[in-house]
Design a binder for this molecule. Structure first.
Ligand SMILES: *[C@@H]1O[C@H](CO)[C@@H](O)[C@H](O)[C@H]1NC(C)=O
Ligand SMILES: *[C@@H]1O[C@H](CO)[C@@H](O)[C@H](O)[C@H]1NC(C)=O
Ligand SMILES: *[C@@H]1O[C@H](CO)[C@@H](O)[C@H](O)[C@H]1NC(C)=O
Ligand SMILES: *[C@@H]1O[C@H](CO)[C@@H](O)[C@H](O)[C@H]1NC(C)=O
Ligand SMILES: *[C@@H]1O[C@H](CO)[C@@H](O)[C@H](O)[C@H]1NC(C)=O
Ligand SMILES: *[C@@H]1O[C@H](CO)[C@@H](O)[C@H](O)[C@H]1NC(C)=O
Ligand SMILES: *[C@@H]1O[C@H](CO)[C@@H](O)[C@H](O)[C@H]1NC(C)=O
Length: 437
């Protein structure tokens, strides 16, 4: 194993009201590459195990100054605006008028819809039941939008819709988490063949009966970035240059799902036109201006949308999945923070942590900007506004059940990724609904 990446995710204050003592959280992520069997045929996945550490407080200046005001003003305003008192028609199926991203988690005694036995594609890191998670209640909730019902994922319907098409996920390990949830939800009907022609994190899976291809492109920042190393383990991020690992390869994709977030809290130097102009979590670079995660995230998504918009002949629908919140409680990631709840939270009990709120707002802003422009050109852009729903699931992370108890991993309590089966199966309920409309 070799550390190849570092990151810092900083939670400045307690924004989950139900969660006392959610202290500042700083994550420096050491990714370890481990080739693990992804247990189906020859599918191999390189896993990144996340490790965290606490950057010096001086490096947090920008995060604290820019985020606290936003958080106070808008923490409760996450998610789309309300549907204006229309909660009488709750039996109806979702329609264009119903806001499927605003609602609550309600008991679902029928869940879960797959297990680690019926789906052999859950990677260890998310296979919480394998590592002895004792409670089952977290598997028995479904998302209930205000004013309508969100139909449960129907694998046959999905595959018919996807017939002859290609889909690509672009992002970090949470994009992979999302894809694996989809593969498991489909596993009752079909298993894919791995037709990847590389051995790295970029995978290509093919459902031959449906002529349907699913790919994943590893691109945690969406933009071009490289590890610069040094004392701060800095990354060089080129805000105005898209990462060609994905952008040069998605021209023919029919359904493109992009997401990003966590990695933007790594110590980084930012470049525009190849010139360094700012940095974050960078105590060793006194001469560079601190730049907020908000503006960096905006710039990155702007570059990503711009690159997609410029793809010659691109006819796909692009889906932005908004930032996925983490849920460390009672300490930082590396100081005993954990996430051992067994039930969802209610909407009024939750608040998005400051840095994640910055990312959320940046992503929504750039989405709106791109959509206005794309509409004129007939390009389809949709937002899977799942942040609010996931914020209510502090119970859905692996915590200590992402590895054997004696195994030493960097992110010992994983409150970033999600158990499978688990709450993020919702992302595919939402995806099918969004693609059906
Ligand atoms: C931000 O941190 C500085 C010290 O680093 C402190 O003086 C200041 O009060 C903090 N601001 C807020 C809004 O928390
Ligand atoms: C919506 O339903 C909730 C309870 O489910 C109720 O408290 C609330 O008053 C209802 N709102 C309207 C506008 O009917
Ligand atoms: C909602 O959709 C399901 C299947 O998608 C269907 O069985 C059901 O009848 C629908 N309900 C209503 C009220 O239209
Ligand atoms: C599946 O989960 C069970 C616990 O529910 C566990 O005993 C078993 O080892 C797991 N199997 C696999 C293949 O992960
Ligand atoms: C399979 O789908 C691709 C597009 O993804 C299409 O070009 C090709 O013709 C299809 N093949 C068959 C046999 O339908
Ligand atoms: C920072 O700026 C000062 C004064 O402009 C200069 O003396 C110093 O060498 C610079 N440091 C770095 C690391 O560029
Ligand atoms: C959950 O974790 C907290 C510390 O983070 C601990 O005090 C508590 O006992 C744990 N609860 C369970 C049920 O393990």
């Amino acid at each position: 194993m070799k550390p190849h990446a570092m990151s810092c995710l900083c939670h400045r204050q307690n924004h989950l009201k139900t969660i006392p003592n959610l202290l500042s959280l700083c994550v420096i992520i050491l990714s370890f590459l481990a080739l693990l069997h992804f247990s189906y045929r020859h599918v191999l996945f390189q896993l990144s195990f996340y490790a965290c550490s606490n950057p010096s407080s001086s490096s947090l200046a920008s995060a604290n100054s820019s985020s606290s005001a936003i958080a106070t003003a808008a923490a409760t305003a996450i998610g789309p605006p309300g549907v204006g008192g229309a909660n009488s028609t709750s039996g109806a199926n979702a329609t264009a008028e119903c806001d499927i991203f605003r609602g609550e988690w309600v008991p679902d005694p029928e869940g879960p819809y797959y297990t680690n036995v019926t789906c052999t594609m859950i990677q260890d890191h998310q296979n919480c039941m394998r590592f002895g998670r004792p409670d089952r209640e977290f598997l028995q909730w479904r998302w209930k939008p205000e004013g309508c019902e969100l139909p449960r994922f129907d694998p046959h319907r999905f595959l018919e819709l996807a017939r002859g098409k290609s889909m690509a996920f672009v992002g970090d390990s949470l994009a992979r988490n999302h894809m694996q949830s989809l593969l498991c939800l489909l596993s009752g009907v079909a298993y894919p063949d791995d037709i990847s022609n590389t051995r790295d994190e970029n995978r290509r899976l093919f459902y031959s009966d449906y002529n349907f291809t699913v790919s994943i492109f590893w691109s945690p920042f969406l933009i071009k970035g490289g590890a610069a190393g040094g004392v701060d383990n800095l990354w060089n991020l080129y805000l105005d240059e898209v990462d060609d690992n994905w952008a040069a390869r998605v021209q023919a994709v029919d359904i493109l799902i992009i997401s990003s977030g966590t990695w933007f809290t790594r110590p980084s130097i930012y470049f525009k036109k190849r010139q360094p102009f700012g940095c974050n979590y960078c105590a060793q670079s006194p001469n560079l201006t601190r730049v907020s995660v908000y503006s960096v995230n905006r710039a990155a998504f702007r570059s990503a949308f711009k690159a997609i918009g410029k793809l010659r002949g691109f006819r796909g629908v692009t889906v932005l999945r908004t930032v996925s919140p983490s849920h460390f409680e009672n300490g930082k990631w590396d100081q005993g923070g954990s996430c051992n709840r067994t039930r969802p939270a209610r909407r009024e009990e939750t608040r998005l942590e400051a840095v994640e709120l910055e990312m959320y707002r940046a992503q929504v802003k750039e989405f709106e900007r791109a959509r206005r422009e794309w509409e004129r050109r007939g390009l389809q852009l949709k937002m899977m506004d799942a942040t609010a729903a996931m914020l209510m699931r502090p119970d859905g992370h692996p915590d200590v059940y992402g590895h054997r108890p004696e195994q030493r991993v960097q992110l010992h309590n994983d409150c970033v990724h999600w158990c499978l089966p688990g709450p993020i199966d919702l992302w595919n309920d939402l995806l099918l609904q969004m693609l059906s409309n």
